[in-house]
Design a protein around this ligand. Structure first.
Ligand SMILES: Nc1ncnc2c1ncn2[C@@H]1O[C@H](COP(=O)(O)OP(=O)(O)O)[C@@H](O)[C@H]1O
Ligand SMILES: Cc1ncc(COP(=O)(O)OP(=O)(O)O)c(N)n1
Length: 265
């Protein structure tokens, strides 16, 4: 039987923690064939992003046509898009598909992966055609331009601009230090927001966590799970992988979340 197909549209991470490295490993671990459209090549390690080479928009468009013309893509996930032009193109070519948008603006290291024009393009073009948007707390605040509780931010973002029907928001993260739990808030149009809580893993080896979460969400949607179940499964996957990388000392900074299955051998 054919596996479901998911597509990641994202940048590379030379350190193998975030971006397409995280996405393809996660798709494979969850039994989904991963197609991969590259938006940018980054020189990146566990401490910093030292260089970004954007892929020309024409090459981005050619990659998208190559995938969509040939493969039965069941879900798409977007990561770092890098420019407003790339955001607009992806919105145009992915509208109408099951679409997970991880609005990547800043890496944990502080490196800017999308400026003000990218933020605006997300709001004007990509959010209106998304099935579900997965900002962390900082990204939710940046997109909305104001603060609030994670629950309030999720509800506000689900209602901002354009048609809201079908667009859900999951604000990820919460405050693990305070409770020993991570709580993601899922807001779906027309429903009360719900918390999705799971145990917090005490680790600084979390580089690539957001990418891993959004690609796990896309993989479960590609496998046919309803949104809430997919969100619960994605959080459980991230928790398992963080538990594996907890004891690692890879790199000088925030080490990669595990993309191995079953730990070291
Ligand atoms: N220390 C942790 N232990 C368990 N889950 C975590 C931890 N940190 C983040 N998560 C989970 O990982 C997913 C991605 O969240 P987040 O860390 O906010 O992404 P990002 O890397 O974009 O900041 C969410 O489900 C969040 O609850
Ligand atoms: C190429 C690339 N894409 C996305 C990110 C951001 O990764 P994310 O998992 O959201 O967060 P951190 O890895 O920064 O914790 C990235 N760094 N590089």
């Amino acid at each position: 039987m054919n596996p479901p197909v998911a597509l990641t549209i994202a940048g590379t991470d030379s350190g193998g923690a975030a971006g397409t490295a995280a996405d393809l490993a996660t798709f494979a671990a969850l039994g989904v064939h991963g197609a991969c459209v590259i938006t940018a090549v980054t020189a990146q390690d566990t401490t910093d992003v030292s260089d970004i080479h954007p892929i020309p928009v024409a090459t981005l468009e050619a990659q998208l046509h190559a995938v969509f013309d040939d493969l039965p893509v069941a879900a798409v996930k977007t990561g770092m898009l890098g420019s407003a032009e790339a955001v607009e193109l992806v919105a145009r070519l992915c509208a109408g598909r099951p679409l997970v948008v991880d609005p990547v603006l800043v890496a944990t290291s502080g490196a800017v992966l999308g400026g003000e024009d990218v933020r605006r393009a997300y709001l004007d073009h990509l959010l209106p055609v998304a099935t579900v948007v997965t900002p962390n707390l900082d990204e939710a605040r940046a997109l909305l331009g104001h603060d609030g509780s994670p629950e309030e931010l999720a509800v506000a973002l689900a209602g901002v601009r354009g048609p809201t029907s079908g667009r859900a928001v999951i604000v990820t993260g919460g405050d693990p230090a305070a409770t020993g739990e991570c709580t993601d808030w899922l807001a779906e149009p027309g429903k009360p927001a719900v918390p999705i809580s799971h145990p917090a893993v005490p680790t600084s080896n979390d580089h690539g966590t957001g990418c891993t979460y959004s690609s796990a969400l896309a993989a479960h949607l590609a496998r046919g799970a309803p949104l809430r179940e997919a969100a619960e499964q994605a959080a459980a996957y991230v928790t398992r992988q963080l538990a594996i990388s907890q004891s690692w000392t890879l790199g000088r900074g925030r080490g990669p979340i595990a993309h191995t299955i079953g730990g070291t051998r």
